[in-house]
Design a protein around this ligand. Structure first.
Ligand code: LMR
Length: 337
């Protein structure tokens, strides 16, 4: 009798231990929310990160990717990150102003980068790292920069010269620099969440927009925009950010693999960004709904001359020093236009 009760007790204890085992083995979940399609540089890099985290942590960490504003729109996702409702985001660099870190808008300055090479001097150098550090007091850790590409203007009328944008309502991201950029050519800037752009273009709430072609194509904006002008007038890319408290609290044995996965995902994102945008441009051309125009050298220079004064105008907002540092890195001289 005694033995029996001991055995029952032992089995019960074992049962309890078994019941608590799955709890011990529960993976750490990283919810990664973003606003673009899966088939974009950011969407693909997020999936790549998820896969590598699974492999490198042997399932101890699970990344759940929520694309296409499925979970949150632009503004809400920033709030959700700070509240800890999601752990990871990759907002465009134009969207940090509302968070109180307006210096990121330096990346929005029109024509400040000639190409990816120029851009990488900044994102992979001290200026870029310094900017990420500014996120810490907001409870956010900046992990990396992921590329997208250079923006082009689209509308339902041709855009060959700056005057063609005059009086047009243009959707922009939530950046004061972009507001000023649109004003510099007489447009009316309209800040709007990314998830609302297609409908706004379709219904005529706005006349046009600017985006790298991968965003335009994967949201089917080309179906509601008759003209696309390959102005490449500004850059759009991302900072991958995490909730600092969550990140700092991760056990040491998963931290290393997560850092490795992020490094690999960053290399991957930056490798595919241009290819994806090139492929999207082919997609737009094949769809045949949009006339694609390549501005002449003179026409592009006219856009540059009209828009570069925005740099000086925005000095007090984003910091003269940061702008000067970038000029130095990229050898840009606005007086030589
Ligand atoms: C936009 O709002 O146009 C972009 O920031 C979307 C994105 O994340 O690329």
């Amino acid at each position: 009798m005694k033995l029996k009760s001991v055995l029952v007790g032992a089995f019960a204890a074992a049962g309890l231990a078994m019941a608590s085992l799955p709890a011990l083995a529960d993976p750490i979940v990283i919810k990664f929310s973003h606003v673009v399609a899966v088939d974009t540089p950011k969407g693909k890099a997020a999936e790549f990160f998820k896969k590598r985290v699974d492999e490198l942590t042997k399932g101890k960490v699970k990344v759940e990717v929520y694309p296409n504003s499925q979970l949150y729109k632009d503004k809400e996702e920033m709030e959700a990150l700070q509240l800890g409702a999601v752990q990871m985001l990759a907002p465009s660099l134009a969207k940090f102003g509302p968070l109180g870190v307006k210096e990121f808008e330096v990346f929005d300055l029109p024509f400040i980068f000639d190409d990816y090479n120029d851009l990488h001097k900044v994102t992979q150098g001290p200026v870029g790292q310094g900017l990420l550090k500014k996120l810490e007091p907001k409870g956010i850790t900046g992990l990396a920069y992921w590329d997208n590409g250079f923006k082009s203007f689209s509308a339902n009328t041709p855009i060959h010269k700056p005057e063609d944008l005059k009086g047009k309502k243009m959707r922009i991201q939530s950046s004061k620099v972009l507001e000023e950029q649109m004003r510099s050519v007489g447009s009316i800037p309209q800040v709007m969440a990314f998830s609302e752009v297609y409908q706004a273009l379709q219904t005529g709430v706005v006349d046009g927009t600017e985006n790298p072609i991968s965003n335009l194509y994967t949201q089917k904006m080309h179906e509601v925009q008759k003209y696309l002008s390959l102005t490449n007038h500004g850059y759009l890319g991302y900072a991958v950010i995490v909730n600092k408290k969550f990140w700092d609290g991760l056990p040491a044995d998963v931290k290393g693999p997560l850092d490795t996965a992020m490094k690999e995902a960053t290399a991957y994102a930056n490798k595919i960004a241009k290819e994806e945008n090139d492929a999207s441009l082919e997609g737009v051309k094949k769809a045949g709904k949009t006339t694609v125009y390549v501005p002449t050298k003179e026409e592009r220079l006219a856009f540059k001359r009209a828009m570069v004064p925005v740099h000086q105008k925005m000095e007090s907002r984003i910091g003269k020093e940061t702008i000067q540092e970038i000029y130095k890195e990229t050898e840009f001289d606005p007086s030589k236009l």
